[in-house]
Design a protein. Structure first.
Length: 730
């Protein structure tokens, strides 16, 4: 056995262990002494007692003292095993069904009463900081910032997980390194959000052929020629362009055309180029500070042969970023290789390729992308000053003083701290700002200094619930409306309360059943609830680990060409979203006769072709073998190793994530034993051999049947009836 505890029960014991011992008592100890304890002595203690602790469990010292967390955990384990019919083992004396039913009923009642006692007396919770996702989302919503290509958490250490989740207070530790990163992030954030002064000056830059920098060759006719794909072409280097000066929306205009082969003599395989494909131009956003690595694809556009066309692309650029253009499906390899290794094979010996005359003079039209002009215009803003600035600083006086400073910082602190801020709590920040103003005589520098301090303070970084605990008061500690609002928003949005939720909390109405129900429904229908759907499915089902063992690119080309990893994640997220928003039975996770597919994933599953590009709900037939999560490519790929299936891993995944009954690890005092697999020809026979080892049989008799039942799905979740070597799957 292992720690087969629901998360609710773990949280209950963590909270209960904080109670004053004087408030804790044995819950109906008579039932324990007369029924449960004798049962344990008759059927459990021989294997889990003083002389023997199978599975590292000892039950001869159990009591109902719930100040001892281990007692409650082990009693819950025993109840789970009895409910599952797993204990006592089949080769041990069996109690009557009536006696088991009596023990189960009494244990269930005792543990339920213990939970109720904990709820009645516990008011303490673990002080929890924001995890990386919550911090990122909170900054976005606090300042209404466009976070495209801007991640202030990029240098934060990875959040530790507890029971698979990274939003549990016990795992969210704070280190000196993290504190230093908070300070650095706060400076970056405030500089981006607080931008007083006039609207940034509009720029309009044009680069023609001889001014376009990057790969490719300048043609004497005035345009730039790109000969291979993945060849960045930078514009505007005539002024040593190092990216835009201001964050904002920009427009890129591209005048371009392509030339495909006409009477060519090149070998298609030598260039890695398909002359039958329509040439495509790809527009990206890149940063020189990141070493010219493409950070984001804005789009791809078909470019037909013929006269040049003009494209207009809109995109958001952070300061220091710029646009880049490349030939998406041009010849593979470097331009240098093509000019030195390929062209000479087909050119006359006395020809210097591409020096003065175009190659077409000798060969006819060679494949190339031609850039005639690149044009950049921006930045554009829907409003100025930015919304995140005017929210806290409006009606700015010509000579702002301490009162305006205090008023503005109060407005900001109430939003950042997610509750009204008393004057005494705010005053240290006001004094901090005034001290900086005395040094610099710069009002905005002083404001930013105080705001940075607030963003690095516990009131921002932690979900603080300051209500008195029962140890300090006999009055039950209830969450305030503001604390409840924060719990709701960080649960459903992984972010701070919005204006509407804050308004309801300020009115004191959030604890009303009809109001909180309405708010929950509103929040679930908001696009921000996708954060909850992604985070929960990513952690509950381990989908965050999908891609850690990717399949071989050469033998699984469609997996990458069709971006199936992302499609698989989306299928599972959309099923979870649908069941949640429609409030359907939780068992539909197992037997849903529908799923959500895009055309690529439908092809991968071997289902009917779907129109368009988007995901849609698809009705499943029984013979398609796709019902529920266990038919999802995400789960089936996640539990494989990129090459072949892993029945044991799949079985353990089901036991842990769907049934909540994870198998125990091998006992620490038992050395691993290699099974005798001589004569085993199939995975089923190999596992059967493994179960002949006594120390392995107890767990594998539960794991193996589940994993083997999924063997009809290969390592990428495709249905099959045979293995690669043509043997039938039994």
């Amino acid at each position: 056995m292992t720690r087969m505890l629901s998360k609710t029960f773990i949280q209950f014991f963590v909270a209960f262990s904080l109670l004053d011992v004087a408030t804790v008592h044995l819950v109906n100890g008579a039932d324990f002494k007369t029924t449960i304890e004798p049962f344990l002595k008759s059927h459990c203690v021989r294997c889990h007692g003083l002389e023997k602790q199978q599975g590292d469990r000892r039950f001869d010292r159990l009591s109902l003292d719930f100040t001892n967390q281990e007692n409650g955990e082990q009693l819950q384990e025993i109840l789970d095993q009895l409910n599952l019919g797993e204990m006592p083992p089949e080769d041990e004396p069996q109690p009557s069904a009536a006696r088991v039913r009596q023990v189960v009923q009494q244990l269930t009642a005792l543990l339920h009463k213990a939970r109720e006692t904990a709820r009645a007396h516990s008011g303490r919770v673990v002080l929890r900081r924001l995890n990386r996702t919550e911090y990122f989302n909170t900054v976005r919503d606090l300042f209404d910032l466009n976070m495209t290509d801007f991640d202030p958490t990029i240098a934060f250490p990875v959040d530790e997980s507890v029971e698979g989740f990274d939003n549990i207070g016990e795992g969210l530790l704070t280190s000196n390194f993290l504190l230093a990163q908070y300070l650095e992030a706060a400076e970056q954030i405030v500089d981006k959000a607080i931008r007083p002064g006039p609207r940034p000056k509009m720029v309009h830059l044009v680069s023609r052929g001889d001014e376009i920098h990057g790969g490719g060759i300048l043609d004497p006719r005035g345009f730039k020629r790109a000969l291979v794909r993945d060849q960045f072409t930078r514009a505007f280097v005539k002024r040593k362009f190092n990216g835009v000066d201001d964050d904002g929306e920009y427009i890129l205009r591209v005048k371009t055309n392509t030339v495909r082969w006409q009477g060519h003599r090149f070998d298609v395989d030598e260039l890695g180029y398909d002359p039958n494909e329509t040439p495509r131009i790809r527009v990206l956003v890149v940063s020189r500070s990141l070493g010219a690595v493409a950070t984001r694809v804005l789009g791809e556009f078909d470019i037909r042969d013929g006269d040049p066309v003009e494209l207009e692309i809109h995109g958001y650029l952070q300061q220091g970023y710029e646009f880049a253009v490349e030939w998406a499906n041009g010849p593979r390899g470097s331009q240098k290789r093509i000019m030195r290794k390929v062209f000479p094979k087909y050119l006359p010996q006395d020809t210097i390729p591409l020096a003065r005359n175009p190659v077409e003079m000798y060969l006819g039209a060679a494949p190339e992308l031609r850039l005639h002009r690149l044009e950049l215009e921006g930045p554009y803003y829907p409003q100025w000053p930015l919304p995140g600035f005017t929210r806290f600083f409006s009606d700015i006086p010509s000579d702002p003083g301490v009162e305006y400073l205090r008023k503005s910082l109060t407005r900001f602190a109430s939003r950042a701290f997610r509750r009204p801020v008393e004057r005494e709590r705010l005053e240290p920040y006001v004094q901090l700002a005034m001290g900086r103003f005395s040094e610099t005589r710069d009002f905005w520098a002083a404001v930013k200094f105080a705001m940075r301090a607030m963003l690095a303070s516990p009131s921002f970084l932690y979900l603080i619930e300051p209500a008195k605990s029962p140890l300090e008061s006999n009055v039950l500690a209830s969450l305030s409306n503001y604390e409840l609002a924060s719990r709701l928003s960080y649960f459903l949005w992984s972010s701070m309360p919005d204006d509407e939720l804050s308004r309801v909390a300020a009115a004191g109405d959030l604890r009303k059943p009809d109001v909180i129900k309405r708010e929950i429904e509103r929040m679930l229908n908001d696009s921000k609830s996708e954060a909850f759907e992604q985070n929960f499915t990513g952690q509950w089902l381990n989908l965050r680990k999908l891609g850690e063992m990717p399949p071989d690119p050469e033998s699984n080309k469609s997996y990458y060409a069709d971006n199936l990893e992302a499609a698989m994640r989306q299928e599972t997220r959309l099923l979870f979203q649908h069941l949640l928003r429609q409030n359907l039975n939780i068992l539909r996770f197992i037997d849903a006769d529908f799923t959500f597919l895009n055309p690529a994933l439908a092809r991968h599953y071997g289902l009917e072709e779907l129109p368009g590009d988007d995901f849609r709900r698809v009705r499943l037939k029984p013979e398609q073998h796709r019902a529920g999560l266990l038919g999802h490519g995400s789960v089936l790929t996640l539990t494989s190793n990129g090459v072949e299936t892993q029945p044991v891993v799949r079985g353990v995944w089901v036991l842990e994530n769907l049934l909540g009954t994870p198998p125990s690890p091998p006992p620490p005092d038992v050395q691993p034993v290699e099974p005798d697999i001589r004569g085993a020809t199939t995975i089923r026979e190999l596992l059967a051999k493994h179960r002949t080892i006594a120390t392995c049989n107890e767990c594998h008799r539960k794991i193996d049947p589940i994993g083997l039942a999924l063997e009809n799905f290969d390592h990428l979740g495709r249905y099959r009836s045979r293995y690669k070597k043509h043997s039938m799957i039994d």
